[in-house]
Design a binder for this molecule. Structure first.
Ligand code: PHE
Length: 366
């Protein structure tokens, strides 16, 4: 016992003098490790008579507690000192300029969406959103595509295995048009919204990816006609491409949710009236780029959304955001949009400080 007491005193002194965590750890193993002197001393208790044990037990336990408390206390002191040292050496000079290397950029898709929001805000449109996981009532039925409608098959829809609690099939929305329904149901009429967002179709090549982006536009009011649609699209595209020589070609088309439906191609012409987009001038069938689908909202859709189609009319359009970005900023492979390649992002990305504004130009380059 006497020997243990003096070892204890020596150990406590050594612990108090330890200079590094490594030294402390060595001392812990020497005392409390499997072969440590305190561990071994505790083992001798088993061979003692009950009377001896009653005296020796508490003393050895006391030594064990004293040594481990001293280890913990010294460890804390050493760690505090280390932290103090680091805090003193690692100063942060807030007057230094930010490093150039890890600077991020705004993705062209985000940039184009910001540009569209800015252009349409100026025309009195607000931005609406809807869920990417939709039910088939909002994505199809309420847009005048009944269960058996052939147009459903054209959408290459990703379905979920389970229906929702109302028995509606769940899917990844194939277009932003369900936001038309949600907006009319939620806010009634009149309405002026755009709805940008992700859409999904099971389709993949250089110009199609399973996920892409659309912006929906919807205007519902009294006495709205096709002229309002044409003027709105023209104003939007001139603002977006930042040139006044944009010409539109409206072609009759078909969408179940618009009647009549109009597909819109865009072309540019030079001062002599020659079309220049696509570089094919007046070559037949060239110089026009199919850009968007649109039309007057089908009265059945207005009814599905709970409004009276004799009182409210309107137009809607849907346009591919990725395609708008490619046309304006000159990328040719859609797939690269979603590779997350830093070199591509550094080249085509925009500065976060460059907010698109109508006064400064909606598409200022980074
Ligand atoms: N939703 C259609 C599509 O994805 C586009 C569209 C929107 C057409 C609104 C007309 C009106 O192809």
């Amino acid at each position: 016992m006497q020997e243990l007491e003096s070892r204890n005193e020596a150990a406590l002194a050594a612990i108090a003098a330890a200079q590094t965590p490594d030294e402390l750890e060595a001392m812990r193993v020497e005392a409390l490790g499997k072969q440590g002197w305190i561990t071994l001393a505790l083992k001798t208790l088993g061979g003692m008579s009950p009377d001896e044990r009653q005296v020796a037990g508490p003393r050895i336990q006391g030594i064990r507690a004293a040594v481990s408390d001293a280890l913990a206390a010294r460890k804390q002191v050493l760690e505090d000192a280390l932290l103090e040292q680091r805090l003193a050496s690692e100063t942060l000079d807030l007057t230094l300029p930010a490093p150039a290397a890890p600077r991020g950029s705004v993705h062209p898709v985000s940039q184009v969406m910001d540009e569209l929001a800015e252009i349409f805000a100026d025309l009195g449109f607000s931005v609406a959103t809807g869920p990417e996981i939709e039910d088939d009532w909002h994505n199809f039925t309420a847009l005048n595509m009944a269960e058996t409608h052939p147009a459903r098959a054209m959408h290459d829809t990703f379905y979920f295995p389970d229906a929702d609690s109302d028995g509606r099939k769940m899917l990844l929305r194939t277009h932003t048009s369900p936001v038309q329904i949600r907006s009319m149901v939620a806010q009634g009429a009149p309405i002026r919204i755009i709805a940008p967002g992700r859409v999904y179709r099971s389709d993949s090549d250089a110009t199609h990816t399973p996920m892409f982006h659309q912006v929906e536009g919807l205007v519902i009011d009294r006495d709205i006609h096709l002229g309002h649609l044409k003027w709105t699209l023209e104003t939007f595209l001139k603002g977006f491409f930042e040139r006044d020589d944009i010409v539109l070609r409206l072609r009759p088309s078909y969408f179940p949710f618009t009647e009549p439906s109009v597909e819109v191609d865009v072309g540019w012409q030079d001062v002599k009236g020659r079309r220049v987009l696509g570089g094919d001038g007046d070559a037949p069938g060239h110089g026009w780029m199919e850009l968007l689908g649109s039309g007057m909202v089908n009265r059945k859709v207005i009814e599905f959304a709970g409004l009276d189609p004799d009182e409210w009319q309107g137009f809607a359009f849907g346009v591919g955001v990725d395609r708008l970005a490619m046309l304006k900023y000159g990328m040719d492979d859609l797939r690269a949009f979603f590779d997350g390649d830093n070199r591509w992002l550094a080249h085509y990305g925009f500065s976060a400080f460059d907010q698109p504004t109508l006064s400064a130009g909606v598409g200022a380059r980074a």
